[in-house]
Design a protein around this ligand. Sequence first.
Ligand SMILES: [Zn+2]
Length: 249
Amino acid sequence: MTLRSTTAFVLRVDPISEKDVAVSFLTPDLGVVRGVVAGGRGKGRKGALLQLLTEVSVTFFVREGRDLARGDALEMKASAFALATRAETAMLLPYLAESLSTFLPEADAAPETYRLVRHVLDALGAGVPADLAARYFEVWLLLLAGLLADPGTCAGCGRPLAGEAVRLDPEEGAFVGPECGGRGGLPLSPTTLALLARLRRAPLGALAAERLAGPDDLRALEALAREIRRRFLGHELKSYRFLEALGPD
Ligand SMILES: [Zn+2]
């Protein structure tokens, strides 16, 4: 039996008996871990800790040959309660959590993704607009998952792309200039690409202060992430459909 203590975000909670739940946790060094939490169901102390994207400390007991670890010694590190109860961010939490469960391979260390989640939640807590935070998260998650190529290079001929309209080939998650693009793919304007480049360099607080992100560019980035996701999964995330239904459009 192996014992590991770590910090973790709660990604998903499924009841498995009257008192117990199976929980997907995102950890920095073990990636996504599925574990049974005894007594995690209901309104008790553990139930209150097992809210989406709450950050906890947890000890996993892993037994050879078992799929599920046992999660124990749960303690609160950072609650997501304030975000879960604010109208602007409440629907975003299930979407972030489902995206993470979907795109991260189980049991691969994910320290960058872990930092991404903490950064996005902190920024939302500090009042960064939810749509900007959502686009930032999508872009970074696709980059970290290897599903989004460098927007500064034409995937067709390798030449640098700058200050011009390009197309995204959703099949490849790569960008092509007009000379290599044909007519397929998703067109992206120079301002959308400038925002995409900036998202990769600046933290959310700075991005919000710069006001670089206009509604059209945010929508274009959302469409880009949606295209890549649909090609990759063959379907849309459940939580995204809720988010879309509640959106300002
Ligand atoms: Zn080219």
